[in-house]
Design a protein around this ligand. Sequence first.
Ligand code: NAD
Length: 475
Amino acid sequence: MKFRPVRNFIGGEFVESSVEHAELRSPLDGSLLTSVPLSTAAEVDAAVMAAAKAFPDWSGRTIKERAQVAYRYRELLLQNIDELALLIHKEHGKTPDEGRAEIVRAIEVTEFACSLPQLIAGEVLEVSRGIECRVDHIPVGVVASIVPFNFPMMVPHWTIPIAMTLGNTFLFKPSEKVPLSARRTAELLAEAGLPAGVFNVVHGTRSAVEAICDHPEIKAVTFVGSTEVAKSVYVRSATRLKRVLALGGAKNHLIVLPDAAVEQTASNVVASMAGCAGQRCMAAASMLAVGQVEPIIEQVCAVARGLVPGETLGPVISAEAKTRIEGFIAEAEQAGAVVLVDGRNTVVPGREGGFYIGATVIDKVRPDMKIAQEEVFGPVLSIIRTKDVEEAIAIENASPYGNAAAVYTQNGGLARSIVERTSAGMVGVNVGVPVPVEPFGFGGWNDSRFGVGDITGKSSIGFWTQSRKTTTRWH
Ligand code: NAD
């Protein structure tokens, strides 16, 4: 198959990169998809210079004017949603419906950005007789966002529309595993009227990321990805005196009580575990089965068996990811867990080269097993049996992560007390993917988030701006 290498987008132009390129294979069938430049510090510098050049004009416009770009961009996302969903399907492998769902989330954040003029307006007070104090929210300058592979459109849009509407100019480092949708993002932003240089894209991996952390002209960095890299980006950027927010990995526990509604709970747990092939930081990893919940477990297995790889269940991102996930399953089995539904050795006819794993349910997992402790990031549910709620909460609390948790029950008082004792930033009651939709902010606790505040919602305003307090006396 003939393919074109991906290009960086700097100062309003797509530019060929002469540096080394990495080949990228389609998760759907293993065919060669494209190649991605492993950009160097020099290319990061060129993008930063373009963003710095665009900053005075962009930040000098009124926020209402900047928000007009967000309005037009939202319309373009809507108009192009089918094409974008197919692009995400092609590069990431998730189903077109899952692709659409993440664009809907990108649109919701863009709508939040459209409301920013209203949100940041109006802090002025006569603090003493004849003396007035007012607060203005001033953009910080050139900012950067580094993202993971699992949501090619949604995660970038946690930051792009908000940071830019607030007046910053932007350097975007997509995941090298899903580089294609960044091109359409750049094109649609330009079509929406964004001036050249306000949004720049530099592809690559570690060296590009390190150059971003080190660049003195970049004032703020957000990172979303695995915990190990989140920690290193946090430390490296903070050492260079930048503001930084780094979201890391996850290991989410769903506490299922015997009184939970059987069918709804089972479908919801499986949707959480297997949606986007389990490659979500909000995915169910472990189901803490409290007491006698056999009917729910049987139904979970039935729903999991009903998912069809290649149709209702996409592949995982790479051959390496497939091997790693299957390794977790084998290791758990050897350690005494019981594989109730086995997604290993899945082959989709006509797509033999694709990286498919069927939905997998493993019972009798113990908290000390590797599969119970580490992030699997695949369509695999571990069931850990607990004798009571106390034991379940203790297991959830012992995890170093703290992105999401959920409880399934019909007892409101008990649900509330469990929610209050979980150690996670986003908690669901009978909701397995408890993503807080705008205006609520997205962010976990513990090893799932380094830095202060959420990446979306109102707290993002504080991250992307600095406040100027002006005290005025008129004679
Ligand atoms: P990753 O950490 O491998 O990569 C994330 C980004 O960091 C990519 O842009 C990549 O190019 C770059 N990178 C990779 N290795 C690096 C290194 N050694 N030094 C510097 N940069 C490096 O993550 P991934 O595999 O793309 O994504 C999956 C992870 O992201 C999972 O752990 C998942 O839980 C996490 N995630 C978290 C959230 C959240 O909100 N907390 C959301 C989505 C995904």
